[in-house]
Design a protein around this ligand. Structure first.
Ligand SMILES: [Zn+2]
Length: 355
């Protein structure tokens, strides 16, 4: 079993400046921890250097007007919105990050690796004709389409475990039954982007293939894992994808400054291993994690390492949280159970496993 980790020095240009929660040192800090922990020296780990994505790759999911708009904004160093600056170096870095996902996809299809980590990926707030939330282009969606269009893969499952709902990915695949999109996130009534409710299930042919599982602020490792076992595992078994793409960085961690879920470093390790285990059961272990988010720089590398170590098949990790997570509120599990019950009722029309 071989694992590819895509990384390029230029990723560091994806830096929104002092005072902004998205800084470019996240990539190098994480790679340094991977190095220090010995991950990069393991014989089955390959670091892959991507090239920039081509415009044609962006157009696999984004429309031409939007792509032109971002290139134009970059030239003028004009921000897309208040949260999302654009400049020539940021655009170049974004294209390298898109290229990272594609590099993993190429290596996977060439049989050079079985699992991949696209470091810095998971820019899931970019939709067909919009960006925002620190995202210009959607690398996860571009990779899914690349695999379908260039390598004949029919069914892709995307598990989005970022603390924020993946509104961009949802938008791109909302009418498409060939991509099962499952987003597990903090209740959007309490967090950006304000969408990702259980009744947003897709439309037309894609009805039933867009799944949102919102969790209350304060949800911890055990309840999170319970929710995945109730929703993600049965859907993956019934959908039978040919590859699983997953995305999310450290923003569901209890010490993150934007999110309010309360996962731990150990929780991320378990989450990653669970995704791998499911991929082995349903799609011969073909899995790619896009690890990019996180807004507390002091815990980000540990969480990213835990995720990467899980994909890499490690049985234990040498990093842990310095402090204990808050205790989950007693009502939290019951609330999640009620949401799951309601969600299964809605999805039962489309999925045997929930009938
Ligand atoms: Zn996020």
């Amino acid at each position: 079993m071989r694992v590819g980790i895509a990384f390029h020095e230029k990723y560091q240009q994806y830096d929104f400046g002092p005072g902004h929660p998205f800084r470019g040192d996240r990539f190098s800090n994480s790679m340094k921890l991977f190095e220090d922990q010995g991950l990069l020296k393991l014989p089955h780990i390959m670091v892959l250097q991507p090239e920039i994505a081509r415009r044609a790759d962006l157009l696999r999911v984004h429309n031409r007007n939007y792509v032109d708009l971002i290139f134009d904004f970059a030239e003028k160093s004009r921000p897309y919105d208040l949260d999302t600056p654009v400049s020539p170096p940021i655009l170049e870095a974004a294209l390298y990050i898109m290229g990272g996902g594609l590099k993993i996809g190429e290596s996977l299809c060439a049989g050079e690796i079985e699992r991949g980590v696209s470091l810095g990926g998971g820019l899931h707030h970019a939709g067909i004709d919009f960006g925002g939330g620190f995202c210009l282009f959607n690398d996860v969606a571009i990779l899914a389409r690349f695999l379908q269009e260039e390598h004949g893969i029919k069914r892709v499952l995307i598990l989005d475990y970022d603390v924020h709902a993946g509104n961009g990915t949802s938008n791109i695949f909302f009418s498409d039954p060939s991509v099962l999109f499952i987003s597990v996130h903090q209740d959007p009534k309490t967090l950006f982007p304000g969408t990702g409710f259980i009744d947003q299930i897709g439309k037309g042919d894609g009805e039933g293939f867009n799944v949102n599982l919102p969790l209350p602020p304060g949800t911890g490792d055990n309840t999170y894992s319970f929710a995945l076992r109730e929703i993600f595992i049965p859907l993956a078994k019934e959908f039978k994808p040919e590859v699983i793409l997953a995305n999310g960085g450290s923003d569901p961690h209890f010490a993150d400054i934007l999110g309010s879920l309360t996962l731990t470093v150990d929780g991320f390790f378990d989450l990653s291993r669970l995704i791998v285990k499911v991929s082995e059961e349903v799609c011969h272990g073909k899995v790619v994690l896009h690890i990019g988010s996180g807004y507390n720089p002091s815990i980000l590398p540990n969480c990213w390492y835990a995720l990467a170590a899980g994909v890499s098949g490690l049985n234990k990790i040498g990093v842990k949280d310095a402090t204990k997570p808050p205790v989950e509120m007693s009502w939290c599990r019951e609330r999640v159970k009620a949401t799951i019950k309601e969600l299964k009722k809605i999805l039962g029309k489309y999925w045997n496993c929930f009938r």
